[in-house]
Design a protein. Structure first.
Length: 755
């Protein structure tokens, strides 16, 4: 198979939108080149919903968004990048588009139903009846009786107006009764459509389209169909063929029906460019043998955190945390509880569909007579026990097939322990592992898609906000159940790594920016300092009215986000806490918020910020200084790993953001190139330029994996090549000549030695 014609030395991610247009991105190109990166890595560029802040809610995959500058603007950016020696990597979204009335393909389906040219493009379960549109603020009948629903003529045909929305109707001349909103006429009109409007609360268990996780506003695309692939990828492939795009990043590959087959098709259509997949690897899981360069790098970021975490200090923190909060669950128990809750609540529609698919598979097989509830119980139990995001059982020739079959059967063994009878469970597991009927294939396909959505929602968006011992380990790609690696374990992991995967430490999806995370890793080396902060935080006004578990989370978040001279800390912290509390769904949720519970925590958080503004505890400064050293260590390790290091926008300076939307704030570019002297930003910028210069000028030093050498009080990473050795030394005590950083917590040095 033809390899890529271009492979980046280092990549730099820019988030388009919110003022970052193609023209503004072109202005950043010289600085990105001067930093030492040669890959410009862009968030999605295709037309998205009006006012989109991220671009993943694509409405038209055949058009470059005019809001960013359109095709002409993108071509000018590509020309600027090319002249500076940068290739463009494009983030594409094959899994879904926007479930929105701004989506022209979807609107055609609403007008013409299954007869629409675009009906097969969307992953809609027409066997369950009309397409459900959970767009209404109130039940349909209540709005109808209140006179809030009527028909009207639109520019492209008749519409049904319901409050603020207007849905395309099957083309026909409207009657006076329909225009007047006469209830019987509207009911009859509504009943004739290929869709039905419903109250938004029906999205929990009544939707009939495949969603992105539990986000009803995104609808799955059937890119496993050749025609759908061609229509959704025509512009992407045109940009590649025109030499405007040199690489692709595939968003949420696990959401696809057939990830491996999709990637084979993409490689055949674009054989000369590198492809990376957004894929979360769990435990000892390896990337399937797909035709890609590798992943986007979450596993590398998690490995670095594990290497830099202090085992003894984390054990002490664990004891403090459990004593302070009363938490008794292990990480595995926390995750299992969250998965059981999420599948019953957020993904209830998906569970209902899987139950129906399992029933159809049972009837087609003739092997078992099982009722709906037994099959529902079997599917639920199996989903909870799957330890990875998904299996890949759809590819008969895949080397992963037997491994995934064994993983599925082991999950069934665990799931069986809690059931009165395991006959239905064993049938479901075997139907997915070996079933040959079309019904078994459908069950296998959808189960694997749902297992990934469940893991993402239960782990990243729920458990990470519950198991809060040390938030540095509650990160995309990380495993709080295995938070520490000694040097030998890190070395073993390195031996299994190729040179293709990116290495990231911050992204648009990480829960905390890289330097915020390192301050929390610092807690594991100075647990007594954090406990002093805890004691101080307990004396702040309002502390007594906030549960200890929430105070523990607030304190870590403030430590992570704190920057001197910022006047936005209160508001940013409070906005983050609203999200954290609702994601944890223990006292409040997104759909049914409890303002009084949220306000107590937010009021306390504001009081804590103000207390630090008045008199910040000295222990906070000590943890922040140690965090600075760890940040530089993280940066150096990242640049010494085999794959291309990936830099999130602004990461050449200090980044102390929390999860989105905080980490997608507009970057203040004015101070990036010349940060204040003596701080972390200056040190990061200097070290980034130095490391990327070495990667450019001494490529022989960066072939293969570095050697890890354990030391009694730290470790070395050594890269030999070309008669030289590049050595990174980290020591938790003492000093070192030529140290990049040294202080009470340790020292860090980087040396280029002669052979």
């Amino acid at each position: 198979m033809t390899g890529p014609a271009w492979r980046p030395r280092a990549t730099y991610r820019l988030q388009l939108r919110d003022g970052m247009t193609f023209a503004r991105a072109a202005e950043r190109v010289p600085a990105i080149r001067d930093l030492g990166a040669d890959g410009l890595y862009l968030s999605p560029i295709f037309t998205a919903t009006a006012g989109s802040t991220h671009g993943y809610d694509v409405t038209d995959p055949t058009e470059i968004d005019p809001a960013l500058g359109g095709r002409e603007g993108f071509e000018r950016l590509a020309a600027a990048a090319r002249s500076a020696g940068l290739g463009i990597i494009l983030d594409i979204v094959p899994n879904h588009t926007a479930f929105s009335l701004e989506n022209p393909w979807l609107c055609d389906v609403l007008r013409h139903g299954e007869r629409s040219r675009w009906a097969r493009h969307f992953d809609i379960d027409w066997s369950r009846g009309r397409l459900v549109l959970p767009f209404l603020p109130e039940p349909f009948e209540a709005m109808l009786e209140a006179g809030e629903i009527r028909a009207e003529d639109g520019e492209h045909g008749p519409l049904l107006r319901a409050g603020e929305i207007a849905v395309p109707l099957t083309p026909h001349p409207l009657t006076d009764e329909e225009r007047a909103g006469e209830p019987e006429a509207i009911r009859a009109l509504h009943a004739r459509q290929a869709w039905r409007l419903a109250h938004w609360e029906l999205e929990r268990d009544g939707v009939t389209h495949r969603r992105f996780f539990n986000v009803t506003a995104l609808i799955g695309m059937r890119v496993e169909d050749q025609g759908v692939f061609e229509d959704t990828h025509a512009l992407i492939l045109d940009l590649v063929a025109a030499g405007l795009v040199q690489g692709l990043r595939i968003d949420h590959v696990d959401g696809l029906a057939e990830p491996g087959a999709y990637l084979e098709r993409l490689r055949a259509a674009a054989p000369g460019i590198p492809v990376w997949v957004e894929k979360i690897l769990v435990g000892d899981e390896r990337l399937p043998p797909w035709p890609v360069e590798g992943t986007t790098g979450y596993e590398a970021g998690a490995a670095i955190v594990r290497l830099l975490t202090g085992a003894a200090g984390l054990d002490r923190l664990d004891g403090f945390w459990r004593a302070a909060t009363g938490e008794e669950r292990s990480w595995d128990e926390t995750l299992r509880d969250a998965k059981a809750q999420v599948i019953r609540q957020d993904l209830a529609a998906e569970l209902a569909q899987l139950k129906a698919l399992a029933l159809a598979a049972a009837e087609a097989s003739g092997e078992i007579e099982a009722g709906e509830e037994a099959l529902r119980e079997a599917v639920l139990a199996l989903l909870v026990e799957i330890p990875r995001y998904r299996t890949y059982l759809e590819a008969p020739a895949s080397p992963r097939l037997e491994e995934d079959r064994a993983l599925l059967r082991a999950a069934a063994d665990r799931a069986a322990e809690g059931l009165v009878s395991d006959r239905a469970l064993r049938f479901v597991a075997e139907a997915m592992a070996d079933g040959t009927t079309e019904e078994a294939r459908r069950l296998r396909c959808r189960f694997q898609q749902v297992s990934g959505a469940l893991m993402a929602k239960a782990q990243e968006d729920t458990s990470f906000f519950r198991f809060t011992r040390c938030l540095a380990h509650c990160e995309v790609g990380a495993d709080p159940g295995e938070p520490v690696w000694e040097a030998e374990r890190f070395a073993a992991w390195l031996r299994d790594q190729g040179e293709g995967s990116l290495v990231l430490t911050s992204s648009h999806d990480t829960k905390r920016a890289e330097d915020a995370r390192m301050r929390l890793v610092a807690m594991t080396h100075r647990p007594e300092a954090f406990m002093a902060l805890w004691e101080h935080a307990g004396r702040v006004t309002g502390a007594e009215s906030v549960p200890p578990a929430h105070r523990w989370y607030v304190l870590q978040s403030l430590l992570a986000i704190w920057e001197e001279g910022r006047d936005d800390l209160e508001d940013r912290l409070v906005l983050h806490l609203e999200k954290a509390l609702r994601e944890a769904r223990e006292v409040t949720t997104w759909t049914h918020p409890r303002p009084e519970a949220e306000e107590q925590v937010e009021t306390y958080a504001r009081a804590l910020v103000r207390s630090w503004h008045r008199d910040k505890p000295p222990e906070a400064e000590a943890l922040m200084m140690l965090g600075d050293m760890l940040s530089l260590a993280q940066l150096a390790i990242k640049a010494l790993l085999p794959g291309p290091p990936d830099f999130y926008q602004g990461a050449e300076n200090a980044l102390h953001h929390l999860t989105d939307p905080d980490n997608r704030l507009a970057v203040d570019w004015s101070g990036i190139a010349s940060p204040a002297a003596g701080g972390l930003s200056e040190a990061k910028l200097h070290l980034t330029r130095l490391l990327l210069e070495l990667r450019r000028d001494r490529p022989e030093l960066f072939r293969g994996a570095p050697v890890v050498e354990a030391a009694p009080d730290g470790f070395d990473l050594v890269r030999p090549g070309g008669g030289e050795r590049l050595r990174l030394r980290l020591r938790w005590g003492g000093g070192a000549t030529g140290a990049l950083w040294q202080g009470a917590g340790g020292c860090l040095a980087l040396d280029l030695e002669g052979a």
